[in-house]
Design a protein around this ligand. Structure first.
Ligand code: GAR
Length: 210
């Protein structure tokens, strides 16, 4: 049984999708804890209702990134994680932290990386005139929104789209893709070779709207 620790900052809908998939599909893993850097994160209530341990490490209580990351790592390590999952976790992590969980920390970013790292990805995709947008699941490295890509979800950008409509279309695909990618990891079905990640069962690493 592998231990998964999920980090959130807010709504937690990706975490919710993962909790449900882990139970429904009987993964060889358990969601050991959900940790938030914001005490008010809505996702904490969902996790608690599902009997999952929760913890808060409030970044505002720490003078700098190093001390915050040190405490965050101490809390995470208390749950003996095999995998750390960033699910809408909106903090920039120090190189020491990313190194500590190297090869066992995944993130989802709401763009087709390497396009649009950082914030406001959907508006930037609209403003750039993109015809497709999406999200990427990747291993976390020291460079922000970078690292070997496990899967990508692609959706069309439609005439009249605004940030809200496009982000909703992308989020629906995030909820399909992220649990699948995490399941691949816990089942040992990912091979990382430099920047490239191969799904060993031959499953598609591209998700499109059904
Ligand atoms: C998701 O769209 C995720 O891709 C994005 O935040 C949202 C979290 O939603 N992540 C980032 O922007 C990370 N840089 P959720 O809390 O409902 O899962």
């Amino acid at each position: 049984m592998k231990n998964i620790v999920i980090l959130i900052s807010g709504r937690g809908s990706n975490m919710e999708a993962m909790v449900k998939a882990c139970a429904a599909e009987q993964w060889p893993a358990r969601i050991a804890a959900v940790v938030s850097n914001r005490p008010q994160a809505a996702g904490l209530a969902f996790a608690a209702q599902h009997g999952i341990a929760t913890a808060v490490v409030d970044h505002k209580a720490y003078p700098d990134r190093d001390s915050f990351d040190a405490e965050l790592a101490r809390v995470i390590d208390g749950f003996a994680p095999d995998l750390v999952v960033l699910a809408g976790f909106m903090r920039i992590l120090t190189p020491g932290f990313t190194q500590r969980y190297g090869g066992r920390m995944l993130n989802i970013h709401p763009s087709l990386l390497p396009a649009f790292p950082g914030l406001h990805t959907h508006q930037r995709a609209i403003d750039a005139g993109c015809h497709v947008a999406g999200a990427t699941v990747h291993f976390v490295t020291a460079e922000l929104d970078h690292g070997p890509m496990v899967a990508q979800a692609v959706v069309p950008v439609l005439p009249g789209d605004d940030e809200a409509s496009l982000s909703a279309r992308v989020l629906a695909q995030e909820h399909r893709m992220y649990p699948r990618a995490v399941r691949w990891f816990v089942e040992g079905r990912l091979r990382v070779d430099g920047a490239r990640v191969q799904q060993l069962g031959g499953e598609a690493q591209v998700f499109t709207a059904p």
